[in-house]
Design a protein. Structure first.
Length: 625
C-alpha cells in the first residue's frame, strides 16, 4: 500500500471517530434518545443510515463470489436472506410497525398479545432471538472484516505465544476495527450511529463509482467476452443449472456442481416460497426495525423504507460489478489453472482484486469505503441488540424503576457483552459462508411462521407465538448442526442423508414444524383478550383474518374501518420486487458492456418507478398519524 492509501484510511477512521463522539452528547437524555434518537431524526437520514447498515463487507465479499461464479442469475441468490422484505416493509409493513409507537420489536409483541403470561412468553422469546441474532451477525462481521483486512493490509499482526499462534493477523485486524467502532457506538447510541453511517454511505458511494469507473475504463469489451459467455449474462434458467464456463475454465463448472444449487429450478422455487413468507413476517428485531421505530411519523416510516431501496442497490452493485469485472479478467485464468476450487476461493476475490489490481489512491478510497461498510453495519447491530437486553429484559423484569443515567450505563455494559460474545463466536467460525448458512437457515428459518401468523390471524396468541418460534428455531438449529458435522456421519445412514440436504431445501420442513408449534400452542390455550386485540387492530389495521375483532370494534366505534388492501399491496410488492431487481441488474449489465440488457433494465426501472409513484407513493402521502 502506498502512503496515500494509508493516509486516506487513517483520515477516514479519525473523522468517523470524531463525528461519532462529537454528536454523542445528544444521546444522554434517556433510552428513547439513546436507542431511537428521540424519534427526531429526519427520514432521509435514517434511509441513508439504513442503506449504509446493509452494505457490509462480509455480504459484499459473498456477493462478489456468487456473481463471479454464477453470473447475472446470482441476483436470485439474494432471495435466501431475503431482500424482498425491504419491499414489503416499504409497501405496508413500515406503517403497521410504526403505528405501535414503542421502542423495540419485542416490546411491539406485547401490543399484539398483551402483558399476561402468554404475552410475556412471546415477548421473551423474541428478545432472546434478537440478542442471539445480534451476536451471530457480529461473528459474521468479525470473520469477514478480519479476512478482508488481513489480505489487504501489508502488516503482519500475528501474536505468538510459546511457539504457537495466539491470535492470527486476521483476528487482530478484526479486533482493532471492532474496538474502534464500539467506542463511538456505545457512547453515542442512535445519534452517533446515524451520523457516522450517513458519512460512511457517502464514502461507499464514492468508492463504488470509482471502482466501477476504473473497471469500465481499463478493461476492454474483448477482455470481458474472452471470459464470460452469453449464458453468464442471462437471467433465464431451467430446472438444471449448467455451468456457463468454457473448457478453459472447467474448474469453475466443477465448483458449481459442489455448491448445492445444481437443481436451480427447485432452488428458485424454495427461494420464492421462503421469500414470500419471510417478507410478510416482517423485519427481524434488529437495526432495520429500529430505524422504522425511530422515524417521526407513520408517513416518514414508509418514505424511509422506500428510500432505503433506492439508495442501496445501484451504488452497492457498482462496487460489486466493478470488482467482479476485474476479477474475471485478472484472476479467473490463474484460479482455473489451479484446478480444484472451493467456496473459500470465492471469498477472497474481493480483497485480492483490491490488493493486486487497483491503483494507488483509488485503493485507499475503496478500502475506506469497505471499512465504512463494515463499521456501519456493525454499529447498527451494537446499537439494536442491547435495546432488547436493557428495555425488554433488565428494565421489565429486574429493575423497572431507575434513572435514565442508570439505564444508559446498563446499555453500555450490554453493548460490551454482545460484542464480546459475538467476537468469541467469530473465533470459532469456519468461514463467512458457514455463518451465512446459520443465519439464513437457523435464525430466519425459525422466525418466519410465527411472525407471519401474528399479522394475519386474530386467534393466534402469545403461546402460539412462543411455541412456533421455539420449535422452528430448535429444528433449524438442529439442521445447521447436522450440516456442519456431515463429514462425521457414516455414509448411507439417515443422519448422513439428512446432513447432505442444502439448507434452502430444508426450509419447508422447518416452516411446517414451526406452523405446527404455532397452531398447537394457539388452539390448546385461551385466546388473547378481545380488548387487547381491539386495541391492536384499531391502531395497526393489518389485513388478514380479523373479522371477529373488526365486528367487536365496530360495536364500540361505528366509524371503525377494515383494511381491504391485500390485493393492491401484493400487486405493489410484485412491482417492487421487479423494481428492486432492475436496480441490481442495471450496473452489472452496464459494467460487462451488455448494453441492450442494460437499457432494458433501465426501462424496467423507469416503468416500475412510475407505477409505484401512482400506486404507492400517492397513497402514502395521504397517511394520517
Amino acid at each position: 500500500m502506498g502512503i496515500i492509501d494509508v493516509s486516506i484510511i487513517i483520515l477516514y477512521i479519525v473523522v468517523t471517530l470524531a463525528v461519532g463522539i462529537w454528536i454523542s452528547k445528544r444521546a444522554s437524555k434517556g433510552l428513547d434518545s439513546y436507542f431511537l434518537g428521540g424519534k427526531s431524526i429526519k427520514w432521509y437520514y435514517l434511509g441513508l443510515s439504513n442503506g449504509s447498515g446493509m452494505f457490509d463487507v462480509s455480504g459484499t465479499a459473498w456477493m462478489v463470489g456468487i456473481l463471479f461464479l454464477y453470473g447475472a442469475k446470482s441476483f436470485m441468490f439474494m432471495w435466501m436472506w431475503p431482500i424482498w422484505n425491504q419491499i414489503f416493509i416499504m409497501i405496508f409493513l413500515a406503517a403497521w410497525i410504526r403505528r405501535s409507537n414503542i421502542m423495540t420489536g419485542s416490546e411491539w409483541i406485547l401490543t399484539r398479545f398483551g402483558d399476561g403470561k402468554a404475552g410475556r412468553a412471546s415477548h421473551l422469546i423474541v428478545a432472546i432471538f434478537a440478542i442471539v441474532a445480534s451476536i451471530g451477525f457480529i461473528a459474521y462481521f468479525f470473520e469477514g472484516v478480519g479476512k478482508f483486512m488481513g489480505i489487504i493490509l501489508p502488516w503482519d499482526l500475528t501474536l505468538m505465544m510459546n511457539d504457537g499462534v495466539l491470535l492470527t493477523s486476521d483476528q487482530n485486524y478484526a479486533l482493532i476495527i471492532i474496538f474502534l467502532t464500539t467506542i463511538y457506538t456505545i457512547k453515542g447510541g442512535m445519534f452517533s450511529v446515524v451520523a457516522t453511517e450517513v458519512l460512511q454511505y457517502g464514502i461507499m458511494v464514492i468508492a463504488g463509482i470509482l471502482i466501477a469507473g476504473y473497471a469500465f475504463i481499463t478493461v476492454t469489451d474483448i477482455q470481458i467476452n474472452e471470459v464470460i459467455s452469453t449464458e453468464w449474462s442471462s437471467i433465464m434458467f431451467s430446472s438444471q443449472l449448467e455451468g456457463s464456463w468454457s473448457d478453459k475454465y472447467a474448474a469453475f463448472n466443477d465448483l458449481i456442481d459442489t455448491q448445492g444449487y445444481k437443481m436451480f429450478g427447485a432452488f428458485i422455487g424454495m427461494s420464492l416460497f421462503k421469500g414470500f413468507f419471510a417478507s410478510i413476517a416482517g423485519p427481524t428485531p434488529s437495526y432495520d426495525m429500529q430505524r422504522i421505530l425511530s422515524t417521526r411519523s407513520v408517513k416518514e416510516a414508509a418514505y424511509m423504507s422506500g428510500f432505503t431501496n433506492l439508495v442501496l442497490f445501484i451504488p452497492r452493485y457498482l462496487l460489486i460489478g466493478g470488482i467482479v469485472v476485474l476479477g474475471l479478467v485478472y484472476l479467473a485464468p490463474d484460479m482455473a489453472a489451479t484446478g480444484s476450487l472451493t467456496g473459500a476461493d470465492l471469498e477472497v476475490i474481493l480483497p485480492k482484486v483490491i490488493n493486486e489490481h487497483v491503483p494507488v489512491g483509488i485503493k485507499g478510497l475503496l478500502l475506506a469505503g469497505l471499512l465504512a461498510a463494515f463499521m456501519s453495519t456493525f454499529s447498527a447491530f451494537v446499537n439494536s441488540g442491547p435495546a432488547y437486553i436493557v428495555n425488554d429484559i433488565y428494565k421489565k423484569y429486574f429493575k423497572p424503576v431507575a434513572s435514565d443515567k442508570h439505564y444508559i450505563k446498563a446499555s453500555h455494559i450490554a453493548s460490551f457483552a454482545i460484542v464480546i460474545l459475538g467476537v468469541t463466536m467469530g473465533f470459532f467460525a469456519g468461514s463467512i459462508n458457514s455463518i451465512t448458512l446459520w443465519i439464513t437457515s437457523a435464525l430466519y428459518g425459525g422466525y418466519v411462521a410465527a411472525n407471519f401468523l401474528k399479522w394475519v390471524w386474530w386467534r393466534f396468541n402469545g403461546w402460539g407465538y412462543f411455541w412456533g418460534m421455539t420449535s422452528g428455531l430448535f429444528v433449524a438449529t438442529l439442521q445447521f448442526l447436522l450440516d456442519q458435522n456431515k463429514g462425521n456421519f457414516e455414509t448411507g445412514t439417515w443422519l448422513y442423508e439428512v446432513s447432505q440436504i442444502p439448507a434452502i431445501y430444508m426450509f419447508p420442513f422447518i416452516f411446517v414444524v414451526s406452523l405446527l408449534g404455532s397452531f398447537l400452542g394457539t388452539l390448546l390455550t385461551p385466546a388473547t383478550p378481545m380488548e387487547t386485540l381491539k386495541a391492536f387492530y384499531g391502531n395497526v389495521k393489518p389485513w388478514g383474518w380479523w373479522k371477529p375483532v373488526y365486528k367487536a370494534l365496530q360495536k364500540d366505534d361505528s366509524a371503525a374501518t377494515q383494511n381491504k388492501d391485500f390485493v393492491s399491496d401484493m400487486l405493489n410488492c410484485v412491482v417492487g420486487v421487479v423494481w428492486q431487481s432492475s436496480m441490481i441488474l442495471l450496473p452489472i449489465y452496464f459494467l460487462i458492456r451488455d448494453y441492450p440488457k442494460a437499457w432494458t433494465a433501465l426501462l424496467v426501472f423507469g416503468v416500475t418507478s412510475l407505477i409505484l409513484k401512482f400506486t404507492w407513493l400517492d397513497k402514502v402521502k395521504k397517511y394520517k398519524d
